[in-house]
Design a protein around this ligand. Structure first.
Ligand SMILES: C[S@@+](CC[C@H](N)C(=O)[O-])C[C@H]1O[C@@H](n2cnc3c(N)ncnc32)[C@H](O)[C@@H]1O
Length: 544
């Protein structure tokens, strides 16, 4: 048998020497670290092992049969070694270590690749976590319009990409004014980069497929859906600072505030504009009539002074390939249908081909929630040939019981006073022939629509309880009712949380619609892979 050498093997020495030459300082065979790794970077919690093929059982399932003599002894020994290596890996990883194992032959034949793997790991471990940056730079949403935090976090999310230029200056000022101990880029002192490990539930994707913006973002129901589809959010706006707080806790980004104050020039290029905008009437006096100068008003002009106009001006300036707008079902009948006509025509005037449909969230979560979705495709790019269709489902996959918690605190049970009030109120309206009143939910069915007023008395969705007054849903249950996963953080009071989830969207439904939009964008990119979008560079520009 070959000579046994477990420490300072030739390949181990070769690796150690080169790392030392490159300026990395480690300890060899550190007894204080479990498994006594060949090299350890203790502060960075990186353990490196260089394993000999024979003793550590490389390709053991086949190699074991090549042993001819003393088989029983060697099988037992090597299998013991394999089990021990596994245990060492597991324990180190449990304790937060990163374990890198190389075969001796890898070091011999693919030396540079091995070194690169180690260097990448060192670089990653040196990165600050977002939670650390957050504390050091005081990223804490406490009041409305903390625009400096929006610039800073948008910059941190986009650094190294084309969109970063939109946020760089104010972000750099903010960082320079803080006590943050910055390692300024030696080549370009004006270029501040802070490599970050994103320890938030929904970090930005590493290799995004497309870019989108999230307007009237609320707590990010759309962002959740479109990030899952591989998109990178490059801009977001939401003026309620409680919603901003929830958004930041989950995505690591503070939205910009009032959309009416946002200059469209400051919005980075994107492929999809997304907005669940509030519904407001238009005074359509001027539509189709000649104005004082004898010119016809466009529909776009009719939207002036409304929040829809802010969407219009961003669409006009940025010309994204597509958009997705969401609103309450009766947008179509609002103001005798005039509101919808203005919206539709204004979008067409901007050069988009429009698709719209009312969809129900109950095919994705146990909640009846009908919303109109309007999807637009740029006519000059898609030539009206997009094969987009809204998803159609017929089966209701969940019932209310599926999302309820087993144990719920007493505070969610209605007080006798409130329960009596709700019953009296319902009885009064019933006597008058009205259908108003509370809604005792059917456990085997879907609920009524969760609204932003749920925090007041919870009357639209009450959970019956045996021997007790009914209870409201908890904020977590409301999150589930909108399709939010349980790792979505809720850092605000119950009342704020009810408002936030009530205002939000059935995220999985938005994902299903988004999937069909993304398919069309990908098809377009496939068609245009040789020629790029004449107006904007988008998915294909590689500058994410
Ligand atoms: C229907 S909610 C959209 C919720 C969002 N889709 C979600 O998933 O949470 C509309 C949002 O627009 C915000 N909003 C209203 N006016 C605004 C303005 N002028 N600027 C920015 N946000 C605004 C509201 O605070 C509200 O959160």
């Amino acid at each position: 048998m070959r000579a046994i050498k477990s420490k300072n093997t030739k390949m181990e020495v070769k690796l150690a020497k080169e790392l030392w030459r490159r300026g990395y300082r480690y300890r060899k065979n550190n007894k204080d670290v479990f498994g006594k790794p060949d090299l350890t970077f203790k502060k960075l919690k990186i353990a490196i092992f260089v394993d000999g093929e024979f003793f550590h059982g490389k390709d053991w399932s086949t190699q074991k049969y090549r042993i001819k003599s003393n088989r029983e002894f060697w099988w037992k020994k090597i299998e013991g070694n394999i089990a021990r290596d596994k245990k060492v890996n597991a324990q180190l990883r449990n304790n937060g270590w990163k374990v890198l194992r190389f075969w001796s032959k890898e070091i011999h034949k693919e030396f540079e690749i091995c070194l690169k793997k180690i260097e990448e790991e060192i670089k990653k471990s040196k990165m600050l976590k977002y939670s650390e940056v957050k504390e050091l730079l005081n990223i804490n949403v406490t009041k409305p319009e903390q625009t400096e935090l929006a610039y800073l976090t948008h910059y941190l999310q986009s650094q190294g990409n084309a969109s970063a230029n939109h946020f760089k200056e104010p972000a750099t000022e903010y960082i320079k004014d803080s006590d943050f101990d910055l390692q300024v880029n030696e080549k370009d002192p004006n270029q501040i980069t802070i490599p970050i490990k994103w320890d938030v539930p929904y970090p930005p994707p590493k290799k995004p497929k497309f870019k989108f913006i999230d307007l009237f973002a609320g707590i990010g129901g759309f962002r959740l859906a479109f990030q899952k589809l591989g998109g990178k959010c490059v801009f977001t706006s939401e003026w309620n600072h409680f919603a901003q707080k929830t958004y930041e806790a989950n995505f690591g980004e503070v939205p910009f505030g009032d959309i009416t104050k946002i200059d469209e020039e400051n919005v980075p290029d994107h492929d999809i504009l997304i907005a669940g905008f509030p519904c407001q009437p238009f005074s359509i006096a001027g539509v189709s009539k000649k104005n004082a100068l004898g010119r016809q008003h466009g529909f776009k002009d009719e939207t002036q002074g409304t929040l829809f106009f802010d969407i219009v001006r961003i669409l006009e300036k940025k010309k994204p390939k597509t958009f997705l707008l969401e609103n309450v079902k009766n947008l179509v009948s609002h103001d005798k249908g005039k509101t919808f006509i203005v919206i539709r025509e204004a979008l067409k005037e901007l050069g988009y081909n429009i698709h719209y449909k009312v969809l129900d969230g109950k095919y994705y979560v146990p909640q009846h929630r009908e919303r109109i979705l309007i999807v637009g495709f740029r006519e000059d790019l898609f030539k009206g040939k997009e094969e987009f269709e809204f998803p159609e489902k017929e089966e209701v996959p969940y019932v209310l019981e599926d999302i309820l918690k087993k144990e719920v605190e007493d505070k969610y049970t209605l007080s006798d006073k409130l329960w009596k009030y709700l019953q009296d109120y319902a009885a009064k309206h019933k006597a008058k022939g009205n259908g108003f009143g509370f809604g005792l939910a059917n456990m085997d069915g879907v609920t009524r629509t969760l609204s932003a007023r749920y925090y007041k008395d919870g009357s639209e969705i009450l959970i019956p309880q045996e021997g007790k007054n009914p209870r409201r849903l908890t904020p977590r249950e409301c999150a589930r009712l909108q399709g939010y996963p349980d790792n979505f953080l809720i850092p605000v009071s119950d009342n704020q949380a009810y408002k936030q989830f009530g205002n939000s969207v059935v995220s999985p439904l938005m994902e299903a619609v988004g999937e069909n939009i993304v398919i069309e964008i990908e098809k377009l990119n496939g068609r245009n892979s040789s020629e790029s979008d004449p107006v904007r560079s988008g998915v294909t520009d590689g500058l994410l």
